[in-house]
Ligand binder design. Structure first.
Ligand code: HEM
Length: 544
């Protein structure tokens, strides 16, 4: 017990219990401030249009988590216009800016002031390594400069032929599956997402590392199984759980630790952590296999120049660039082993599931638009009659193929939303946005905005690419690969790969919905994979 005034005033003694009361009052005030005072009365953003604040603790989060990714945000933009404020959980505010000028400021002009928020970096870092997807500023500039040559057009032109070994394998497998049914002429119901996932995994392993995963022929391929486990975790509630875990101090480090891996069976027993234990398991296996691939690649760097210079895969190009820097005495700027390892994980994480989802949704749209599908077949048939492995230029110049792929990526962008945070206070589109404010980059919402794309903006209509709407802006009307210095480095590669796989499928098979009234079931997570594996009826084409 102690006193700050003379003992003749016993009523003013401060006892330890008073300190405890004081602390309780302070914490209660902080909670009330966070949940009520700030969002309702104090935030400078409080007068922006947006949905009701909702439940004081969760705000709009339960609705977002339960819904298809991007759909709540699209509805709010329809109701409230091009600037929207959404609150929750725990009073956190998030903004949506739709206008091109605002997107230009956030993604291009002032991109260094609007980095990816910590929770996104942590989740991406866990799943895709601490490579291009997580670094920012000068580190990002240097890393991107080192990687750009691997994605150059001449290199992609040389790589296109590598896609066809897995593609031919896929075509043969599907043909056999159909032939082995009792009535091959009726085709077979196939979960196309599963096959798209395998073919894109084999392609990325081959083109990124020169490694033949052959998950198409090997159902128990370790890498494919680990990714299957990882991707099975894609759901709104799981994503919310992972965001919470990586936002706790030490949470990301814990999930990435050896301890968590070796004790994952314990974690599995705690209901809240059971999906995290699967994440830990999948990530550990993917990291182990990636390290093996990298080790193989590093052996290349001690090969004589002629051996390695013949290799066109992305890692060989990076290994060669590193060797040149080291030989030239610029070792300080060369990528470390750790950074190289992160690139392996980044290519696998960023370049596999996105392309698989993109292809799956394209097949879904074509199954529901038989005329578009037939028109595509007619465009492709003469090309494939001459050469079943068309080159980069040929694939690039096919007009209807391009319309179909662009339209599918517009309506169902594999990454429907991403996020940014304001690192400084500044005006955006006339709104004073305080430092620390979170944004959604509204990819799917911009892609289907009626103001740009017209009344049928949400419909799949490839013909719109033959005559683009007058409000179309080449950078800010279709954000599937976003824009600016963080725009997807694999864009051209992804598009040409999708074209190669889709065209081989369409000249060989017809795709229809698996049953009458089938509805799409997209996941509510970082990518938009179908939750049911996308069953479609697939028939062999007898005559083109
Ligand atoms: C249809 C397929 C794809 C889509 C829709 C897609 C979409 C995206 C999006 C939206 C981003 C920005 C994420 C953000 O900043 O928050 C991104 C970044 C990135 N993507 Fe892709 N991607 C695809 C395929 C690929 C492929 C095939 C690769 C590589 C082999 C790749 C590698 C990357 C990398 C490294 C980044 C980070 C770029 C940076 O920050 O500098 N992506 N992608």
């Amino acid at each position: 017990m102690f006193s700050i005034i003379p003992t003749s005033h016993p009523a003013l003694f401060i006892e330890p219990i008073h300190v405890v009361y004081g602390l309780i009052v302070y914490v209660v005030y902080l909670i009330i401030h966070r949940l009520i005072l700030w969002p309702y009365f104090l935030s400078p953003l409080r007068n922006l249009p947006g949905p009701p604040l909702g439940n004081p603790i969760w705000g709009q989060s339960p609705y977002i988590i339960r819904s298809e990714t991007g759909i709540p945000q699209r509805e709010w933009v329809k109701q409230h216009g091009p600037i929207v404020r959404v609150v929750g959980p725990v009073g956190i505010e998030r903004l949506i800016f739709m206008n091109p000028e605002a997107l230009h400021q956030i993604l291009v002009k002032d991109w260094l002031d609007y980095p990816r928020p910590a929770f996104l970096k942590n989740i991406l870092g866990l799943v895709t390594g601490y490579g291009l997807l997580t670094v920012t500023g000068n580190d990002h500039k240097q890393m991107r400069k080192a990687m750009n040559p691997a994605f150059s057009i001449p290199n992609l032109m040389a790589q296109t032929s590598m896609y066809f070994e897995p593609i031919d394998g896929l075509i043969e497998i599907i043909k056999n599956e159909i032939d082995n049914t009792s009535f091959p002429e009726k085709g077979k119901e196939i979960h196309v997402y599963d096959w798209m996932s395998k073919v894109t995994l084999d392609i990325i392993c081959e083109t990124a590392f020169g490694y033949k995963a052959d998950s198409l022929h090997n159902p128990h391929n370790e890498l494919a199984e680990a990714y299957e486990l990882l991707l099975s975790l894609q759901s709104g509630p799981n994503l919310a759980k992972f965001i919470l875990l990586v936002s706790l101090p030490g949470g990301t480090r814990f999930l990435a630790s050896e301890w968590a891996y070796y004790h994952r069976r314990w974690l599995e027993k705690i209901p809240f952590l059971s999906s995290a234990s699967k994440l830990v398991d999948a990530m550990h296996r993917i990291r182990k296999l990636s390290a093996q691939m990298l080790q193989e690649k590093m052996k290349d760097s001690i090969l004589i120049d002629t051996d390695i210079s013949a290799k066109r895969d992305i890692m060989s190009i990076l290994v060669r660039a590193r060797k040149v820097e080291m030989d030239g005495g610029k070792g300080d700027f060369a990528m470390s082993d750790r950074a190289m390892m992160d690139q392996v994980l980044t290519f696998l994480g960023a370049g596999h599931e996105t392309t698989a989802s993109g292809l799956t949704w394209t097949l879904w749209h074509l199954s529901n638009n038989i005329e578009c599908q037939q028109r595509l077949r007619e465009e492709l048939a003469p090309i494939f009659a001459n050469n079943a492995r068309p080159d980069y230029r040929t694939l690039k110049d096919l007009q209807w193929l391009d319309c179909v792929i662009m339209e599918s990526l517009r309506v169902m962008p594999p990454v429907p939303l991403t996020a940014r945070v304001a690192a400084k206070t500044d005006y955006i589109d006339g709104v004073l946005v305080p430092k620390g404010t979170l944004f959604w980059i509204p990819i799917r919402i911009v892609n289907t905005w009626k103001k740009i794309w017209g009344e049928d903006a949400e419909q799949f209509n490839p013909a719109r690419w033959l005559q683009l709407p007058k409000n179309y802006h080449p950078t800010y009307s279709m954000l599937s690969f976003i824009a600016g210095p963080h725009a997807c480095i694999g864009k051209t590669m992804a598009i040409i790969e999708m074209k190669a796989v889709l065209s081989a499928l369409i000249v060989n098979f017809e795709f229809e919905p698996a049953y009458a009234g089938q509805v799409a079931k997209p996941a509510a997570a970082i990518t938009i994979k179908p939750t049911d594996g996308m069953p479609l009826r697939v028939k062999k084409i007898s005559k083109l």
